[in-house]
Design a protein around this ligand. Structure first.
Ligand SMILES: [Zn+2]
Ligand SMILES: [Zn+2]
Length: 227
């Protein structure tokens, strides 16, 4: 049925409006031009490391998460596309990114549940949707990994972090999350759209580990790479 619908109503590319987008919603050229994160990277934080070994920062001060996998590097024009998506335009991008994440990142991973980065209640009211949760729903379906939408909440509204130094970001995130679920010995995937310094994911990872999780992997659409 899906195939028939596609043939009757061919989907246009979300980025360039080409009519040859296929079921992903991205045409071959746009997919090819994406900033794929193919560099050798630190397995723990996904920053380029030259030789796929742990980076200096993870050796010195290991984060609470055990691994990070990222589809893309956070660069223009993908960065602009993800911003549009986050603020409620381009909603079909959730499906595209969920399918890509499941295919490229999920293939070799075993996990017991997926927890999307929670938004604070107020932020959720403003935006009316959680950009990470929408992607997580697709990934969960594709990989048959249960989704835990209510497991964690953001209990502290955090100011926009972009302009703050790293240490200040870490401080701001203390006590930002609560976990209501029992996660004893579970392997947990934390899903977020963009990982910048990793301060939010680190704080969330700490929270789920305190709730019993044995292993925590971060899956993100794009990783900010310092130029
Ligand atoms: Zn295109
Ligand atoms: Zn690292």
């Amino acid at each position: 049925m899906a195939g028939l619908i596609e043939r009757l109503f061919p989907q246009s590319c979300l980025l360039c409006s080409s009519w040859r987008a296929g079921s992903l919603g991205l045409c071959h050229d746009c997919l090819h031009d994406m900033p794929w994160h193919t560099d050798h990277a630190c397995p723990q934080c996904a920053l380029p490391s030259g030789n796929s070994m742990l980076c200096g920062q993870c050796l010195q001060a290991p984060p609470a998460f055990d691994a990070t996998r990222s589809l893309f590097q956070y660069r223009f024009p993908l960065s602009a596309t993800l911003q549009q998506y986050k603020y409620g335009q381009l909603l079909p991008l959730a499906r595209t990114m969920g399918l890509l994440l499941a295919e490229h990142v999920g293939r070799h991973s075993a996990a017991d549940c997926i927890i999307p980065m929670p938004l604070h209640r107020k932020r959720l009211q403003e935006r009316s949707f959680n950009q990470s949760a929408e992607i997580a729903k697709i990934v969960s379906k594709q990989l048959h990994i249960p989704l835990q939408l209510q497991a964690c909440t953001r209990i502290k509204p955090t100011p926009p972090q972009a302009s703050l130094p790293y240490k200040q970001r870490i401080k701001n995130m203390q006590g930002a999350f609560a976990c209501q679920a029992e996660l004893t010995d579970m392997r947990v995937i934390l899903l977020d759209d963009v990982m910048t310094t990793g301060a939010s994911l680190n704080a969330l990872a700490k929270t789920v580990k305190a709730a019993g999780a044995s292993r925590v992997e971060c899956w993100v659409i794009a990783r900010t790479i310092a130029e």
